[in-house]
Design a protein around this ligand. Sequence first.
Ligand code: AMP
Ligand code: TRP
Length: 340
Amino acid sequence: MSTTSFTPRVFSGIQPSGGLTLGNYLGAIKRFVDMQGPDFETVYCMVDLHAISVWQDPAALAHNTRELCAGFIAAGIDPEKSILINQSQVPEHAQLGWIFNCVARMGWMQRMTQFKDKAGKNAQNVSLGLFGYPALMAADILVYHATHVPVGEDQKQHLELTRDIAAKFNHDYGVDFFPITEPVIEGAATRVMSLRDGSKKMSKSDPSDASRINMTDDADTIAKKIRKAKTDPDALPSEAKGLEDRPEARNLVNIYASLSDQSVDQVLGEVGGQQFGTFKPKLAELAVSKLSPISSEMARLMNDPSEIDRILSHGAARAREITAPILRQTYEIVGMVGPV
Ligand code: AMP
Ligand code: TRP
């Protein structure tokens, strides 16, 4: 089954669970911005219902939702061009999520590596929501009949599950109703690694603040973290092949390539042969020049939270024009008796 008969539509989401990192920016938000335009309708979401699969302080959740919205706008998401929402204001996400709980199989969910990583040894004591999370994620996407989903590498397995859920629903009800969504995992920075350990993903939950660049870090902090980033003693190679067994070096080059909109080979053509003592200050300067306008704009937007709330309720109204009819048709397909 192809997605060609569906309107080209992009959906993606980020959890408002506190703090945005350079990984979120390069792996997700920057690409959300690039996909705005004539080729797609774009819907971007703060997934607050997902966030509470792990306990969130209520005041912090509200603050983080607004701050994430400010981050999206500051990075270049235009709330007129794109539909910008928080998940809980569009109730069809949760409603379709229930239907998908009844489509997804236990065995599929048990294979999800993100659940296994997050639950760890504590699997009996985490919320049922954390386990069911990927079915709600599938609903987020499919309640828009979205055809393309830009995400970082870590979400690939969840998108495969989304395709499985769509295919099983279509098969079980004998319809061609949900599209088989395409993951969009592209560019030099689909997996930004920790600055302290090139084998670990850069993450907002890493206990070491030095391991990541936060979108709200000031210029001095960014420069210091890059200067201290773990590297090896060799000079930079002049071709991508030379980065194969050098995860820390590869990570810094990938970040440079992504921030400057170049390929890794173009970057190495420019900096190949240089020592890190020369390359790191260049990278720091580039990172500061790209990130500090975003963080100062975020801070400015956060001075007027009522404007952010207005943008989110406007987004929800626009979203529901898409989601309400899709949910109604889903209910009809499933056999739910509706209002007359
Ligand atoms: P999360 O912060 O886990 O809600 O992730 C939001 C988005 O950012 C998802 O599309 C992730 O794939 C992406 N993302 C998070 N961390 C990284 C990273 N270190 N490198 C690339 N993408 C990332
Ligand atoms: N699971 C994603 C994450 O942890 C967030 C997310 C929820 C999402 N729903 C989505 C991403 C739908 C893309 C599409 O990062």
